[in-house]
Ligand binder design. Structure first.
Ligand SMILES: *[C@@H]1O[C@H](CO)[C@@H](O)[C@H](O)[C@H]1NC(C)=O
Ligand SMILES: *[C@@H]1O[C@H](CO)[C@@H](O)[C@H](O)[C@H]1NC(C)=O
Ligand SMILES: *[C@@H]1O[C@H](CO)[C@@H](O)[C@H](O)[C@H]1NC(C)=O
Ligand SMILES: *[C@@H]1O[C@H](CO)[C@@H](O)[C@H](O)[C@H]1NC(C)=O
Length: 406
């Protein structure tokens, strides 16, 4: 099993994070650094490398990165494309990491804290509430910087970043604070999420209300596992709301196929190009656990129409930030000469066209020749990572964009 292109996903909104280092320069410094990283704990037999990458004939290394706030994040590296021989095997899935590797990139894939493979911390275990004491602010402050430092340290090369969904939000927020940009060559943001006020998924809207309201407070600091018992119960409560209509969805989210071919991912807009086999594979491992606090933070973004840090409430905001309201991430402050490629879909219910327009408005002072925007009329959220034609429609553009940066 395993769909390599879907590695590094987290939470409800898919989270794909791929760091790529460009071919020619990269290989001189990194060849010969093979094998498991010292101290790596993911055992080679059951890691993602073994289950999803080497089976396709690619070299793959398991790494781990420890963040300053103590999380141990699992990372896979696909240092190069396949040997010529393996071209005779089945053609690889239409997935971006392998396609990038075949195009000579040194590819690193990360698994966000809290997900299946990144559930370790230097002091806490996932059964402790303290393990779940983070939202996407901490991904911005700690996790992405640790990953960039690590990959940059290993390769000595500036990084090309690919993010999807939440992976674009954390990138944009980081760039707006001037983080990562010194080690970054360019960024491709697929299905970009910053503003979320126009999000159309019924479940998302109801969830956003509930997380910010009573349920969020009730659940407090903890893990949110949509596939666990509590998560399932919570979903049922949400689904009882008028208009959400997710009798299909609950079954889908807990992994069994729904009747009628309606699946969780379809609820995030009318995806044009999904292969139901791929969706089934996807649902075997997704959506992955995250923290309640992260869900609350995302919900605040939906409700408040600004991209801001976690809102603890007036009193605690003073303690954390020295002011009553959480500071915003001002996306206009993203360095104007940072090469960026944005690709968004006309059918995306999560990253709505109007919200993307809002983001583009923030980027209106960006250097014209440093910002490429692609609009794909019939694409919805999941098409960007699972669409049967994503290679032709999106990934080839991403590669062309990366190769065009010098
Ligand atoms: C969560 O982190 C904050 C610091 O941001 C700390 O003050 C608080 O005690 C932590 N709570 C738990 C339960 O670990
Ligand atoms: C599938 O779902 C649609 C919309 O909910 C419904 O109209 C249709 O009758 C269903 N089809 C089957 C075969 O159940
Ligand atoms: C869907 O995926 C399956 C399994 O990978 C494959 O055999 C089939 O050809 C795919 N269908 C399309 C339309 O790509
Ligand atoms: C964001 O920054 C820009 C320019 O740096 C400034 O003009 C704008 O007022 C800021 N927006 C907010 C909401 O602070």
């Amino acid at each position: 099993m395993g769909v390599p292109g879907l590695l590094g996903l987290a939470a409800w909104s898919f989270y794909v994070l791929v760091l790529a280092v460009q071919p020619h320069q990269a290989h001189s410094s990194i060849r010969g650094s093979f094998g498991l990283n010292k101290g790596a704990v993911a055992s080679p037999e059951n890691g993602i490398c073994a289950s999803s990458v080497t089976v396709h004939g690619y070299k793959c290394e398991e790494h781990e990165v420890t963040t300053k706030d103590g999380y141990i994040v699992s990372v896979q590296r696909i240092p190069e494309g396949r040997d010529g021989l393996t071209w005779l095997l089945n053609s690889p899935e239409q997935n971006l990491p392998l396609i990038l590797a075949d195009n000579g990139f040194d590819v690193w894939i990360s698994n966000t804290r809290g997900t299946r493979l990144s559930r370790r911390h230097v002091s806490f275990v996932p059964s402790q509430l303290a393990f779940w004491n983070w939202s996407w602010d901490e991904l911005v402050s700690f996790e992405l910087p640790a990953l960039f430092d690590y990959v940059y340290g290993q390769t000595g090369q500036k990084i090309d970043y690919v993010g999807h969904s939440l992976g674009t939000l954390t990138a944009l927020a980081s760039f707006s604070e001037g983080k990562l940009v010194n080690q970054l060559k360019s960024a491709a943001l697929l299905s970009p999420v910053a503003y979320l006020s126009h999000m159309k998924t019924a479940l998302g809207v109801v969830a956003a209300k509930s997380f910010v309201g009573e349920i969020g407070r009730l659940l407090g600091l903890a893990e949110f596992n949509p596939k666990g018992e509590a998560g399932g119960d919570f979903l049922k409560i949400l689904c009882d709301n008028p208009g959400v209509g997710c009798s299909d969805l609950v079954t889908a989210i807990t992994g069994t196929n729904s009747c009628n071919g309606t699946k969780f991912v379809f609820n995030q807009g009318k995806n044009c190009c999904l292969n139901s086999s791929t969706v089934d594979l996807f649902l075997m491992t997704e959506p992955q656990p995250t923290s309640i606090m992260n869900m609350v933070h995302l919900s605040q973004t939906v409700r408040n129409g600004v991209v801001a840090k976690y809102n603890y409430g007036r009193l605690d905001n003073f303690m954390h930030y020295g002011e009553a309201m959480p500071p915003i991430y001002n996306l206009s402050n993203i360095p104007h000469d940072l090469p960026m490629f944005l690709s968004y879909g006309g059918q995306d219910a999560l990253s709505d066209v109007l919200d993307v327009k809002h983001l583009l408005d923030d980027l209106k002072s960006h250097d014209v020749d440093k910002l490429s925007v692609q609009f794909i009329k019939d694409y919805a959220h999941a098409d960007f990572i699972m669409g049967v034609n994503a290679k032709d429609v999106v990934y080839n553009q991403v590669i062309k964009f990366f190769k065009g940066q010098h």
